[in-house]
Design a protein around this ligand. Structure first.
Ligand SMILES: *Cc1c(COP(=O)(O)O)cnc(C)c1O
Length: 357
């Protein structure tokens, strides 16, 4: 199957499995796992930060990050399509007692104008506005890349307004592959940054939260509180180190494949897609009215050995990644063309399909 459901569906390669099996490990909760320590120091250095803490998942690392900055009763600001606001099970409220105030923004990219005036006055009736969260690349926003200057302006605004800055950088390496800026440039715009190894980088699990020494010290306490402190985690940190060596530079191939696929899809009758909107490895498109639903298309694609991710009634997401190669792209486009030509609107379906990870 050519699986474009998400960049999380990748399986560890033989090389990565070898790195995992050969990892030197110790008890990470005692700070004694050399592979975890190496990974944390390396990623902190890449972002120009003092420290990092390895976590189980992107959700966990975002939630540890926001709890590092916020107390129960505080609020955070985030674009309305943000993963933290929509796809983490209500965790800001459930785990930290934090209110999420969402802000509409095209492509999920906030601008200084969008946030201006959003900090509550010092009034006992109101939440204390504590944190601004950005996402780069934006997931539901379309895999879009923040311009560096926009992040810098938002940081300047947030810090001068007494807020902290957190980046959900689940796909930060996809952003820096296209954005024309470095990880260190990004590091300068945020207090804490979360990065996933289980997305385009091909690892079986693992994320990381970076920040200054004091914040990461506190983040370690919260990781323990949230049940995420680990023992011989070098087994998985080794996969992340392997990914940094082998799977970062190739992300442009995924973006190239995504743009080629988008161009082919945009020519198909009943598919609404502006190929120019595709900036990284996430492709979103609409199925035109009367042509059937996204679930119907996905079911039809299964007959051709292709899977995508239906979102609601008419929206579909397709994601390129390590396990999708250039030769797969025309195959996928033909499958969509043939499925649409066969007429999907009459297909019997159950449910509305899964949600995007
Ligand atoms: C996938 C993702 C996460 C983290 O998801 P996990 O499944 O918990 O690893 C966070 N933010 C964004 C934007 C994501 O796409």
């Amino acid at each position: 199957m050519i699986d474009l459901y998400s960049d999380t569906v990748t399986c560890p390669t033989p090389g990565m499995r070898r790195a995992i099996s050969e990892a030197v490990v110790g008890d990470d909760m005692l700070g004694e796992d050399p592979t975890v320590n190496q990974l944390e120091a390396r990623v902190a250095g890449m972002l120009g930060k003092q420290a990092a803490v390895f976590t189980c998942s992107g959700t966990q690392s975002n939630q540890i990050g926001l709890r590092t900055h916020c107390q129960p009763g505080d609020e955070l600001l985030i674009n309305s399509t943000g993963h933290i606001a929509n796809f983490e099970g209500g965790a800001p409220a459930a785990l930290s007692g934090v209110t999420v105030r969402t802000i509409e923004a095209p492509k999920g990219l906030l601008s200084p104008d969008d946030v201006c005036g959003m900090v509550n006055a010092d009034d006992q009736h109101l939440c204390e506005t504590r944190l601004l969260c950005l996402e780069n690349t934006t997931n539901l926003g379309g895999g879009c890349v923040y311009p560096l200057q926009q992040m810098q302006q938002l940081a300047e605004w947030a810090w001068s307004s007494g807020l902290r800055m957190h980046l959900d950088g689940a796909r930060l390496f996809n952003a820096t592959a296209e954005g024309g800026y470095s990880l260190e440039d990004v590091g300068q715009c945020f207090d804490t940054i979360s990065i996933c190894f289980s997305k385009g980088l091909g690892c079986p699990m693992g994320s990381i939260l970076v920040g200054n020494r004091k914040q990461i010290h506190r983040a370690r306490r919260i990781r323990k509180l949230f049940g995420g402190a680990l023992r011989q985690a070098g087994m998985v940190a080794a996969a992340a180190l392997y990914a940094l060596d082998n799977n970062v530079d190739r992300l442009r191939e995924d973006h190239e494949n995504a743009r080629r696929l988008a161009a082919l899809l945009s020519d198909i009758d009943g598919i609404l897609l502006n190929a120019d909107d595709v900036e990284t490895n996430l492709i979103y498109f609409e199925i035109a009215e009367g042509f059937g639903s996204a679930v119907q298309l996905n079911n039809a694609l299964a007959d051709f050995g292709v899977r995508m991710c239906p979102l609601g009634n008419s929206r579909m997401r397709a994601v390129t990644h390590l396990d999708v190669n250039a030769d797969d792209i025309p195959v996928v486009a033909s499958a969509v063309r043939d499925a649409m030509a066969s007429g999907i609107a009459d297909r019997q379906v159950m449910g509305t399909g899964p949600h995007p990870k």
